[in-house]
Design a protein around this ligand. Sequence first.
Ligand code: FAD
Length: 523
Amino acid sequence: MQRLLELSSRDIPSAREDKRPVIVWFRQDLRLHDNPALLFAAQSGRNVIPVFVHVEQDDENWLLGGAAKFWLHQSLTKLSESLERKYGSKLIIRAGSDTLAGLLDVMMETGASTLCFNRVYEPWKLARDAKIVETLTMNGLTCSSYKAVVLFEPLEVVPDSKEGLMYGFGSVGFFLNACDGKEISDPLPPPEQLRPPRAWPGSLSIGDLRLYVMPCRRNGQVVDWAKGMREFWEFGEEGALKALEEFVRFGCHHFEGRQRFRADRKYTAVISPYVRFGELSPRRIFHEIVVRHRYKAKTFLRRLAWRDLAYWCLWKFPTMADHPLRPQYAHQTWDYDQKQLRAWQRGRTGFPLVDAAMRQLWVTGWMPNYMRHVVAGFLIEHMNMHWVDGEKWFHDTLVDADVAINAYMWQNGGHSGLDQWNFVMHPVFAAKSCDPEGDYVRRWVPELSKLPPEYIHCPWEAPVTLLASSGVALGRNYPHRIIADLEGARTRSLAAVNAVRCGVGKAMVLPDGHERMILPDGR
Ligand SMILES: Cc1cc2nc3c(=O)[nH]c(=O)nc-3n(C[C@H](O)[C@H](O)[C@H](O)COP(=O)(O)OP(=O)(O)OC[C@H]3O[C@@H](n4cnc5c(N)ncnc54)[C@H](O)[C@@H]3O)c2cc1C
């Protein structure tokens, strides 16, 4: 990252210094507002060519999942429309197997001499970007890169300094401590104009990328699997800004208390896919909430810090998405039952709260944070299934799937993370906080909708006559529980954890029960 910063830290040469076009390389910043690469390219007075290069392999082990690809298709479409409508500009789309080659092609075709972009932090993308910048610089071209995707970049904060290690390594407090006193600058406006090049280079259409394909059944019927997502979300930057505005006006004041746990209400921002693909910038969110509306939104702002912390962790521990961060947990024994995993994935576990959340995910590509904890806890602590199975399913089905955040959270749930969860959500009792009247379950599990609140989260306890009058036939139109003895299941998974703590991991357990961790640098 240091090398990338060194080679791409100079300002974009102005039109007086260089008359050739500038390429603005869009990646996880699909917006016009608060986009330094786009704004400074426009302000240079040179002709600007916006480019998106799709190379699937750039995501290495974590190729974009189906839902995220669908989102990307929509985002690119909206960005391309905005560029055209607002500036008479175009988004040039390229694809292939080598991003550098794709960029070089456009630069050679147009005679562009500068590449500018906003930095991203997955270690494999940092390595790719450093290589691109090195090659272009060696060939006499210039590169400028900017911070726009996070509030604090991995190199900007040093949470793991000697003093920092005192603050619960890997927790949000530990990270916030290192950010203390650091300025968050104001978001930037969109450019006033973009000068077009003399001639536009060739471009694929967004459809050519085949990010969103509707399969066809043998009888010719098209499967529109993304219908629910289209109904739930308004795509693009405008949709993102509207969602933020709605949260600031109606949701924000509920967030600081326990109300944010409610799954049956919209008390969280519901903006994560916009943040993931960059229709919204974290600086803009911070500015709207803290500067413009003067909310003391401490809990909400911790969420943004969590995001930066996840990127910091992935940067520090590049294998975080694939391997336990605490190596002793590679020896934990897990169960694997394909049928049960399928039941969890499709919302057929027989536990209404878990099923409602998993069905919401399947239909909309999203579920609230509290529900992510409920379903992750159920998979790990009750089904005793490996956290990687959950991580993979989330990666494929979330529209906000983010390798760093997803891995950080699943590792914590799976005991091997930096900030191991010390709580377990009970699939029935958790409803007290998140769905007290059962409305969330009614919405996503309609076959139970006629049950009263006292039984809707535990239909197996309902009198047979009530089940019959509510139209519920367990085992027929709603499944029996896949685990009848939750306590027994929990004891089994605890035993698997204890086997690690008393066996290979014994030396890491401290007298107070916490676990030591040895950092890559030996500390
Ligand atoms: C097992 C598990 C997996 C998760 N996987 C992802 C993922 O792949 N992508 C993702 O964006 N979030 C993930 N999260 C975090 C969180 O659940 C979502 O960001 C949140 O639910 C999005 O809803 P919101 O926009 O209403 O969030 P709000 O609570 O309103 O928060 C605002 C924004 O802060 C960020 N944020 C919130 N919570 C977290 C968090 N815990 N860590 C990092 N950033 C956060 C998001 O950008 C979010 O949009 C995961 C959580 C769990 C428990």
